[in-house]
Ligand binder design. Structure first.
Ligand code: ZN
Length: 310
């Protein structure tokens, strides 16, 4: 078992419309857009990052808005639901707010002893707000959302799998422990994490595999403190037989990727250097940032991107 993983780092999904996506996460959910850059592997597409004031690992929801992408079809082998943590008592505020904003898919329930409010994202992405006690993280105070209600970061995510055995074993290897189960749902948690500590597995033996598209999660990333810890995790995964990519520079963190037995793409990302690497904290996410190799092509890249107004 490895001990370097500290919970989630970010969750990356696909969207159909950049402006609609930015509006939903900043205006409806009150997250801060902490970076406006491009997909480093496909610079004609934005990579938009939303999180708390600093883009703290464990709070960062990111999107590739692909114009003309078809909607995804939910199924197995993917992330099912992404969970955001909110303070105890905040769900009433959120229910009223999301109803007033005509957000679809609202459903209140209690799962694993926690109150949650499920809702759809702009591409029918599946999210839940979960009331959590003793979460010391404070959300980004913006507009009409007070810190007593603001999203504090991720609580975690659920995986939908045809067979959970191998992925459960992988999570245990990564430092997670199974802490509960309910029907076909198993809950794993990491101790000493950053708050984004939960992974649930929903086992659906008969379901079809997901077809990725708009509203689908592309991958989830787990946090490690620094590059030394990342190299230790990479070696441990390779020694266990996983095919892991080399370390890739994503400017705001360093990344490695590997496909899990259930089909979900996992990443391990460093907490360093962070989103203030190339712009002041006061102005995060305002101007288009490009990795240095694309800087000479800025004018051409900018022309191909749909403008985003705030
Ligand atoms: Zn990523």
């Amino acid at each position: 078992m490895i001990t370097q993983i500290k919970g989630l780092h970010h969750v990356t999904s696909m969207a159909a419309h950049a402006q609609q996506n930015s509006d939903f996460f900043t205006k409806n959910l009150g997250l801060r857009r902490v970076k406006k850059t491009v997909n480093f592997d496909d610079p004609q597409v934005y990579h938009l990052y939303y999180g708390d004031e600093f883009g703290t690992p464990g709070s960062v929801m990111t999107y590739f808005p692909f114009p003309h992408i078809a909607p995804g079809r939910p199924g197995t082998g993917e992330v099912g639901d992404t969970y955001f943590a909110v303070p105890r008592g905040a769900l009433k505020f959120w229910k009223d707010r999301l109803v007033a904003q005509e957000v679809s898919g609202l459903d209140e329930s209690e799962v694993f002893g926690e109150k949650r409010l499920r809702f759809d994202g702009p591409d029918r992405d599946s999210f839940s707000l979960i009331e959590v006690d003793n979460d010391s993280r404070s959300g980004w105070q913006s507009g009409d959302i007070a810190t007593s209600e603001a999203i504090q970061g991720f609580r975690g995510a659920s995986l939908r799998l045809q067979d959970s055995a191998a992925t459960s074993e992988l999570l245990r290897f990564m430092g997670y422990q199974q802490v509960d189960s309910q029907g076909n749902h198993s809950r794993f948690a990491i101790s000493g994490g950053n708050g984004a500590d939960i992974i649930d597995i929903e086992t659906l033996q008969q379901a079809d595999r997901a077809r990725p598209g708009a509203g689908s999660v592309h991958h989830i990333a787990f946090a490690v403190e620094d590059r030394a810890a990342q190299l230790e995790v990479r070696k441990a995964l390779l020694d266990t037989g996983y095919q892991v990519t080399p370390v890739i520079d994503r400017d705001y963190f360093w990344a490695i990727y590997f496909r899990t037995p259930g089909g979900v793409l996992f990443e391990v990302a460093t907490n360093e250097p962070g989103f203030d690497r190339d712009e002041d904290i006061k102005h995060l996410g305002e101007s288009l940032k490009l990795p240095s190799r694309y800087e000479p092509h800025r004018a051409q890249i900018q022309q191909q991107l749909e403008p985003i107004t705030d």
